[in-house]
Design a protein around this ligand. Structure first.
Ligand code: TTJ
Length: 639
């Protein structure tokens, strides 16, 4: 190995990259598939920055047959000349850890914050990496293994390995299988992220190629309509009630671009981007946009006499009812806060988004009153429902005539030690009956509910709340409920550590799951965020071999495994529903904490939820729904 690797500054560098290998999660979030895909984004974002600088219009992203990934652009090429440290500048880029300096390094002032400086991290986490730079008719090459340079330099500079026309950078890397749990990139996630990148950069083309055996494909992403096209795509399977409306402007050196459209559904999906990077926790750009938009719509509604003097203003949520929007800003010095550092924090971003919105939206609606009226109709529908929900809630709170167990269906447990208690919400009376017989009476409560009673349209949550079984459930939990966080809800009063939804693995079961999760998420979100909600996973099959022990199989994969492993003959019983199990079986497979399988309902950040849902449902579901569908679908697929 070349000597120069071991001079003083290099040793410091290697210690830096070693730190990345020791705690990879600190640098790429996780070592799951998500962290793995992140490696690709870290590299691609460098080429996108080169595009933003005006020098690159095409990026090739290739998942190679050998499991590595290649990113190639036609930019100016990473600088390869001698750096102050006595080696090629390229080597400095790939071996210097920028962490810590990420947010205040002016050299990266136009980058999105978390990206653009991660190439050394990717290097450190790759068992091998090859860098090729095309410049001045030559191809220069450098190579690394686990972040350490293995290419011999020529007087500190990269060797020429071939001739080339044009300029550009090409990186190939193989993720280290001793670091990552899995090393198979997930092409659907990568494709959707690359697609998103082309919406945000309408002059950029990204060509994605999968060369891995069995999943070969090539897709070209190019979206000349920009974020307007993005909104159109998000709404492609919805009934729209306005056009896609786009505007842009600049204020205090911050560029603001917005596209929005309303659909005929009770949902809101607003995505914020800063310097092309998605901010899953939102931030000041969204706050500014929302505040200004709400004010504009309220003042129009009064002007048009739709809101009378005695009427209260529409709330922000009313005004955004049915809105799909993308807010994309370019900021010279973005700052981030929040748990995952994905919440934009710059106060001037709020001012810029508000200013541009206030100006441009008024300009547009003044000339397009039909579009304005469609928006106000959406706000009006939301306000109506909001008021009826408030009424339903007051009714519940002032007349708690239902007792702890209003209709006698709850079979409560004996213990009052909440940390040990569980409540099973069971679909169907017959499964409920079996569960009551099978349970551990000390710690397990059973509440049967009937599916069809719950079958209420999503808009009429007040009806759901009026439902006796749901009342019983809310009373049983003991912590009240409230829209959003805070006020009436008190998690410390929760009577059960685990709330376990037990439903059949069919469409009705998934529907019940969806409704319950909707209800929890909307009125008792802390049940979910604090990890109290679970979905029971009863087995799909029981395999009974002619000799040997019978075995419960929880999914089709388990069945396949069983078939492969088990050569002799066996009888297979398929459970169509919980009702088919006798109490003993139900205890063993679903209730007994020692043997059962539970899926904990967890909240991912918006991005992950949207990725997964994108796969299953198409990218047209807002975050809350995404979350709910995700779990309901999981239930449908896996229970
Ligand atoms: C920097 O300023 C001088 C001209 O080149 C600029 C530059 O860095 N260009 C550049 C970097 N283009 N492409 C990259 C790049 C591409 C990949 C795939 C990965 C990395 C780390 C950088």
């Amino acid at each position: 190995m070349a000597k120069e690797v071991y001079n003083a500054s290099s040793i410091k560098v290697l210690e830096g990259l070693e730190a990345v290998r020791v705690r990879p999660g600190m640098y790429i979030g996780s070592t799951s598939t998500r962290g793995l895909n992140h490696l690709v984004y870290e590299i691609v974002d460098n080429s996108v920055d080169e595009h933003l600088a005006g020098y690159c219009d095409t990026i090739h992203v290739t998942l190679e047959a050998d499991g590595s990934a290649t990113v190639e652009d036609n930019g100016r090429g990473i600088p390869i000349d001698m750096h102050a440290k006595g080696v090629s500048a390229e080597r400095v880029v790939f071996t210097t850890l920028h962490a810590g300096g990420k947010f205040d390094n002016k050299a990266y002032a136009t980058s999105g914050g978390l990206h653009g400086v991660g190439s050394s991290v990717v290097n450190a986490l790759s068992s091998r990496m090859t860098v090729r730079v095309k410049k001045g008719g030559n191809i220069y090459e450098d190579r690394y293994e686990k972040g350490k340079p293995v290419q011999k330099l020529v007087d500190g500079l990269l060797p020429v390995v071939g001739k080339a026309k044009g300029t550009g950078t090409c990186i190939n890397f193989l993720p280290d299988d001793t670091i990552f749990e899995h090393t198979r990139f997930k092409s659907d996630d990568i494709k959707s992220r690359l697609h998103e990148t082309t919406y945000l950069n309408p002059k950029l083309t990204i060509i994605f190629t999968d060369k891995r055996e069995g999943s070969e494909e090539e897709v070209t992403f190019h979206e000349p309509e920009g974020i307007g096209g993005f909104v159109k795509e998000l709404n492609k399977s919805d009934e729209t009630v306005t056009d896609v409306i786009t505007y842009s402007g600049e204020y205090e050196g911050i560029k603001v671009e917005v596209a929005f459209q309303y659909i005929r559904d009770f949902r809101e999906e607003i995505m914020g981007f800063c310097n092309n990077i998605y901010n899953s926790e939102g931030g000041t750009h969204l706050t500014g946009f929302k505040t200004a938009f709400t004010a504009v719509i309220n003042s129009y509604a009064r002007e048009l006499g739709i809101l009378k003097e005695k009427d209260a203003n529409y709330t922000g949520a009313d005004v955004r009812n049915g809105m799909t929007a993308v807010v994309s800003i370019k900021h010279p010095d973005p700052r981030f806060e929040g748990q995952t550092k994905t919440k934009l924090d710059n106060p001037d971003a709020s001012r810029a988004a508000a200013q541009v919105t206030q100006e441009q939206v008024v300009l547009f609606f003044d000339r397009n009153v039909d579009q304005l009226k469609a928006v106000i109709e959406c706000a009006e529908r939301s306000a109506k429902i909001r008021k009826s929900e408030a009424r339903a809630k007051t009714n519940m709170l002032v007349k708690p005539k239902f007792s702890f167990d209003s209709n006698g269906k709850l079979a409560n447990c004996e213990s009052r030690d909440a940390s040990k208690c569980e409540i099973f919400i069971v679909e169907g009376d017959s499964a409920g009956g079996s569960a009551k017989m099978a349970r551990n009476r000390m710690y397990q409560a059973i509440l049967p509910i009937r599916g069809k009673i719950l079958n209420v349209e999503k808009a009429s949550m007040d009806k759901v709340l009026a439902n006796a079984e749901i009342k019983t459930m809310i009373n049983a939990f003991g912590c009240g409920f409230s829209e959003g966080y805070g006020n009436d809800f008190d998690i410390s009063k929760l009577r059960y550590d685990k709330i376990i939804i037990m439903a059949d693995a069919d469409v009705d079961g998934a529907h019940i799951c969806t409704l319950l999760l909707t209800l929890f998420f909307r009125f008792m979100p802390q049940l979910i965020t604090e990890g109290h909600v679970y979905i029971a996973m009863p087995p799909l099959y029981k395999a009974m071999p002619s000799r040997g022990k019978e075995e419960y199989l929880y999914d089709d994969e388990a069945l396949l495994r069983y078939r492969r492993k088990h050569k002799g003959s066996f009888t297979l019983q398929r459970y169509k529903g919980l009702g088919e199990m006798d109490p003993d079986q139900l205890w063993e497979t679903t209730l007994n904490p020692e043997t059962r399988q539970l899926r904990k309902v967890e909240i991912d950040d918006g991005r992950e939820a949207s990725d997964i849902t994108g796969l299953l449902m198409g990218p047209d579901v807002p975050p809350r729904k995404q979350f709910i569908y995700k779990h309901a679908r999981d239930a449908e697929l896996d229970i």
